[in-house]
Structures are given as structure tokens and as C-alpha cells.
Ligand binder design. Structure first.
Ligand SMILES: [Zn+2]
Length: 329
């Protein structure tokens, strides 16, 4: 066998690459993680980017509330949690190195702490993400919608930075110092958390136990329009992996909390999919997708993504209305 034959064998030609951009360590395990686990199990490569270190997160697990190690260095503890979750999900992982903005509370909301991710200018944050994109060369990128999925300033900023980097990545004149142009072919927003899904869980718990911890949520969400969903990925077999990854973030998860009221097997029966919204695509896509890589041919994907001057076939990126405490410049 010649050296080049060996190289061909080592390189799996059917393997594609997905980049998932998240705000804090633990978001990668609570949002779209069963999809990610399915892809890594199938031999695809997934890189997760955590924009911040989650330094300002609260301890949400009562069992660790007085843990001296956690209190001494929350950021260090969360780095270990993240490494464990990454191993469970089979992902590669990188930190962008920005500082958690925290979730400001009060009316009016107080300004964000100096030096936090929500205040970093795009000239700093976008090239940081571009460096990762142009090195990892993903075919598909995922992030949050224009409202951040939920109104944490770091989540909204994650959306803004991801979209700006997605739009700049294929342009060789944009931040050339971050590497050769590479255009990810599709961009998705996480849509896993919906009223419809929570309602299905709520009703299953009512039927099983005669009560459910989600009653208040259901009331608060009444009348909310259903989210735009383009893609449902069948991932019921990976809910066990998702649960283990979530539990790895021990400070952020109460293992006795309502998230774990239904077992992975029960959840797979009630709602076996994770949902996504296709925001942009350089390829034609089927009307009802069940795969984030749909339409991408592994044999031609690399050539297409590095070719430059592609035209968008799907362009559903919407304007972001930034809250007052976020500055984008
Ligand atoms: Zn978060």
C-alpha cells in the first residue's frame, strides 16, 4: 500500500463538518445536542464554539451551592464541566474567550458590566469567530435566532456575531488575516424549545402523574405564535446522550429538576425530533427537511465552499432589534 492510499483510507470521504455557535458552556448541551450527538456518532465532525466562559452564571444545582471549589473559581469549574460534556457528545470544542455579560435584571435593566461580551465591538468578535470558521471549514453553521432564543444579552450577541461571520466568511477581502475565505453552505437557528413541545411534555406528565411542573409555563406561553420550523431531525435515540451531557454541567443543572421529569425513552416516544429553522442556504433544499446536511454532497462540498461568489438560494435572515444595553459597532 502506498502512502497516498493510506491517506485516502484515513480520510472519511462521507464526513461533513458542522459548527455550532453558543453563548455559554451548557448551551451546547441544552440546545440541539441530540442532533449533534447523532452527527458525531455517524462520523461527521462537530465543532462547538462557546463565545464566553459562563463566568457570571449562577449555581443552579442546590447540591453544589456551598461547594468551596465552585465558589473559589466558577470559570475553572465550568471549563471542566464543558470538557466532560464535549467528550460525551463526541464534539471538538473551542472558547472564543469573551466574558459572560450576566443576565441583567430590573426595570430599567442596568448597563452590562465593562468588558463583557455584549459590549465587545463587532470588529473584535467577528474576526475571532471567522478564525474558527476558516480553520475548521464547516459546511453548516448553527446559532440562535434574532431574539437570541431567549433574551440574554450574550445569546442575542451570539446571533449577531454568528450572522456577521457567516456573511463575511466567503469574502476573501473580509478580515484576510483570519485565513482563506470559506463559505459555510447553510445557516440554521435552533428551534428546539417550543410551546408545542412543552405542551406535549406537560400533557404526558399530567397523564402519568396527574400533575406537571410545566403548568405555569403553559399559561405564560398561551397565544404565542408557533415558531418557523423548516427542519425536524429524528434524534430520539440520542436523548440519553443529551441527558448525560446536560448533567455534566453540574453547576448549571438541578438533577432533580423538572427537565428530568421524563426519561429519555419517554421523551423519545412523545417528541422524537429536534427542530431547526433554515435561515440561509447557498444550495437548493427540500421543502420539508430532516437533516441539516440535506442537499450537501460530500464529494463536491469543499470545492463549493471555497469557490467564492456563491448566490444565496434561501435568505431568511431577519433584522435584529437590539435591546438598549447592547451596543454593536
Ligand atoms: Zn446561555
Amino acid at each position: 500500500m502506498t502512502g497516498s492510499d493510506q491517506t485516502a483510507l484515513n480520510e472519511d470521504r462521507s464526513s461533513l463538518r458542522l459548527l455550532a455557535v453558543h453563548a455559554h458552556p451548557d448551551d451546547e448541551s441544552s440546545k440541539g445536542s441530540a442532533t449533534v450527538a447523532k452527527y458525531t456518532a455517524a462520523g461527521h465532525r462537530v465543532m462547538v464554539v462557546s463565545c464566553t466562559g459562563g463566568e457570571r452564571g449562577d449555581i443552579l444545582n442546590p447540591k453544589l451551592a456551598d461547594n468551596p471549589e465552585v465558589k473559589r473559581d466558577m470559570a475553572e469549574f465550568r471549563r471542566h464541566e464543558m470538557a466532560k460534556a464535549a467528550q460525551i457528545l463526541g464534539i471538538e470544542h473551542t472558547w472564543l474567550g469573551f466574558v459572560d455579560s450576566g443576565l441583567p435584571e430590573g426595570d430599567p435593566r442596568p448597563p452590562l458590566p465593562t468588558g463583557s461580551f455584549g459590549l465587545e465591538p463587532l470588529q473584535v468578535t467577528v474576526p475571532a469567530l471567522l478564525r474558527v470558521i476558516r480553520e475548521f471549514r464547516p459546511h453548516v453553521m448553527t446559532t440562535y435566532d434574532e431574539n437570541g432564543g431567549y433574551p440574554h444579552p450574550d445569546h442575542i450577541m451570539t446571533h449577531v456575531v454568528s450572522v456577521a461571520a457567516f456573511q463575511a466568511a466567503g469574502d476573501p477581502t473580509a478580515y484576510p488575516q483570519t485565513g482563506p475565505a470559506w463559505q459555510p453552505l447553510k445557516l440554521y437557528y435552533d428551534r428546539g424549545f417550543s410551546r408545542e413541545k412543552m405542551l406535549a411534555m406537560h400533557e404526558a406528565l399530567l397523564e402519568r402523574d396527574g400533575e406537571s411542573p410545566f403548568g405555569d409555563w403553559m399559561k405564560r406561553w398561551e397565544g404565542t405564535p408557533p415558531p418557523r420550523i423548516t427542519t425536524r431531525v429524528n434524534v430520539g435515540d440520542y436523548f440519553g446522550v443529551r441527558e448525560q451531557a446536560l448533567l455534566a454541567h453540574a453547576t448549571q443543572i438541578d438533577p432533580d429538576g423538572s427537565f428530568f421529569a421524563l426519561s429519555p425513552a419517554e421523551q423519545a416516544k412523545i417528541w422524537p425530533t429536534e427542530e431547526w429553522e433554515l435561515a440561509a442556504s447557498y444550495l437548493p433544499v427540500p421543502a420539508e427537511e430532516d437533516d441539516l446536511f440535506a442537499g450537501i454532497d460530500p464529494a463536491t462540498a469543499d470545492a463549493l465552499a471555497s469557490k467564492g461568489s456563491l448566490d444565496l438560494v434561501v435568505d431568511d435572515i431577519r433584522e435584529t432589534t437590539l435591546p438598549e444595553n447592547l451596543r454593536v459597532g
